[in-house]
Design a protein around this ligand. Structure first.
Ligand SMILES: [Zn+2]
Length: 223
């Protein structure tokens, strides 16, 4: 991957250092990416999607996910903006974006610092603590450990089987990492409404609410 497309370069350009990114959605919004929660209530839950609207990158995130999954999805979709059209067709884009997301959330140096260069075993409690420190799921940490050769493929497979047996591939144990609400999208809707660019029903629809509720939110008269 050329250096300008590496997650470390994004961290450098955005002055993020190598530590945890406490509010990833804020960082994306501050750098011109519009993030909003999808108002979706279908049979299967959507993780996220990305698009360009008038050249502006937009990321939609499925509602109701725990924070670690929401962050990973946001980082993955952001990866599409950085990597799409720039990788050879031989590379699996979804894998590349997953790898990009993991590395953006926890750079290599941090993985090595916290886990060491080589491990025979990893403890669930250790992964749980790191999940809450970095906002990357326990399964995400396992992945990072494998792709950086901290653990062997067979250790990774053993640990994944343990996770599956305990149902952790669906719900990880302990507290969830808190999710976040994007803020810029809502600001833009209010601005467009007040400048008569969109009407009340459109604004309400964009915010996933009713016209009455939108009125009370806008005028700050909700109970
Ligand atoms: Zn993707």
């Amino acid at each position: 991957m050329p250096s300008s497309q590496r997650p470390e370069s994004v961290r450098d350009a955005w002055d993020l250092g190598r530590n945890a990114i406490p509010n990833l959605l804020d960082e994306l919004e501050e750098h011109g990416i519009l993030v909003f929660l999808l108002d979706y209530d279908g049979p299967s839950q959507v993780d996220g999607l990305c698009a360009r609207v008038d050249e502006r990158p937009v990321i939609g995130l499925g509602p109701g996910w725990p924070g670690d999954r929401q962050r990973f999805t946001a980082a993955h979709e952001f990866g599409h903006f950085i990597l799409d059209d720039r990788l050879s067709s031989a590379v699996d884009m979804e894998d590349a974006c997953n790898r990009f997301a993991g590395a953006l959330l926890v750079p290599r140096t941090e993985v090595i610092e916290h886990l060491g260069k080589e491990r025979k075993e990893l403890e669930p409690r250790e992964l749980y603590r790191l999940k809450h420190k970095y906002g990357l799921s326990m399964a995400g940490w396992l992945h990072r450990a494998q792709e950086l050769d901290v653990i062997s493929d067979s250790t990774y497979e053993d640990l994944r089987r343990q996770f599956d047996r305990r149902g952790w591939h669906e719900n990880e144990p302990g507290d969830d990492y808190p999710s976040q609400e994007p803020s810029l999208f809502e600001e833009l809707v209010y601005r467009a409404y007040s400048q008569d660019i969109i009407g009340e029903s459109k604004a309400a629809e964009l915010l996933g609410t009713s016209s009455g509720q939108f009125y009370r939110r806008r005028t700050m008269t909700e109970e």
